[in-house]
Design a protein around this ligand. Structure first.
Ligand SMILES: NC(=O)c1ccc[n+]([C@@H]2O[C@H](COP(=O)([O-])OP(=O)(O)OC[C@H]3O[C@@H](n4cnc5c(N)ncnc54)[C@H](OP(=O)(O)O)[C@@H]3O)[C@@H](O)[C@H]2O)c1
Length: 234
């Protein structure tokens, strides 16, 4: 059985896949998660032998998290030592045009799903002394005017990070990384990504995706918990 096993949500493309590939290179067995089977199979081929398989599920739907984690455990022989909550929405809306549905999507995906994914993974992460890693961004401390529900969801995610870390102190570590704009590996930068908050790159700089994974690995190998690590220029 693999010593280090990671489930990364939203990992068929972009940052999620970059993290999954870096973790595989670091020796992790990887379970990819995506709603898009075709993209996930292509992604799995680039992860290589360390990919244990693919799980699917819409994270905005209640009760999906338990199924996703259960399916991942079937692929890994019951082992999971790292959950990366990477999947996210990034809705650009003026406050005047923001709808109830926008709020539901951002909060469901950005804060509720990571919580229930962590809850579903908790028993296994206790057994492996594992870690939950949530991916946040600078909208949480700053509040980005064109992204009100997104900013609120990331602020909630950081709060969930601190709350779960306290609740599970001594059993499961829970941390977050808040990158500035990420430079993706060339083969993953297909231009399909979300628009970025104007000015965020100028304020906080740009980092390679590999910097997210190296920080993740530092946290994983440490006793640290309840931290939100902001990368780039604060
Ligand atoms: N890109 C950046 O510069 C940057 C900077 C700071 C922080 N971040 C954070 O890093 C993470 C990844 O960023 P990204 O730009 O790579 O993200 P992205 O491309 O916008 O989305 C990541 C994945 O989320 C999944 N997803 C969307 N809706 C979903 C749903 N209803 N259920 C399940 N999965 C769903 C999608 O996977 P499928 O369509 O395959 O299911 C998508 O590939 C996010 O949390 C983002 O906020 C990114």
């Amino acid at each position: 059985m693999a010593l280090h096993t990671a489930l990364v949500t939203g990992s068929a493309r972009r940052l999620g896949l970059a993290i999954a590939r870096d973790l595989a290179e670091a020796g992790f067995t990887i379970v990819l998660h995506s709603r898009d089977r075709v993209a996930a199979e292509k992604a799995a081929a680039t992860v290589g032998d360390r990919c244990a398989g693919i799980v699917s599920g819409d994270l905005t739907q209640a009760f999906t998290a338990k199924g996703i984690v259960g399916d991942a455990l079937k692929l890994t022989g019951g082992h999971l030592s790292l959950l990366v909550n990477n999947a996210s929405a990034f809705l650009r809306r003026t406050p005047e045009r923001t709808t109830h549905e926008d709020w539901d999507l951002e909060l469901d995906l950005g804060a509720r799903a990571p919580f229930f994914m962590a809850q579903a993974a908790h028993p296994t992460l206790v057994a492996t002394k594992g870690m939950v890693l949530n991916i946040s961004d600078y909208s949480a401390p700053e509040g980005w005017p064109a992204y009100t529900p997104h900013s609120a969801a990331k602020a909630a995610l950081e709060n969930v990070t601190r709350t779960l870390a306290q609740a599970w102190e001594g059993r499961v570590r829970v941390n977050a990384i808040s990158p500035p704009t990420v430079r993706l590996p060339a083969d993953l930068d297909d231009g399909s990504g979300p628009e970025h908050q104007p000015g965020a790159g100028a304020r906080h700089g740009f980092i390679p995706a590999s910097a997210v994974t190296s920080t993740l690995l530092e946290l994983y190998m440490s006793d640290r918990t309840g931290e939100v690590v902001r990368l780039g220029t604060p």
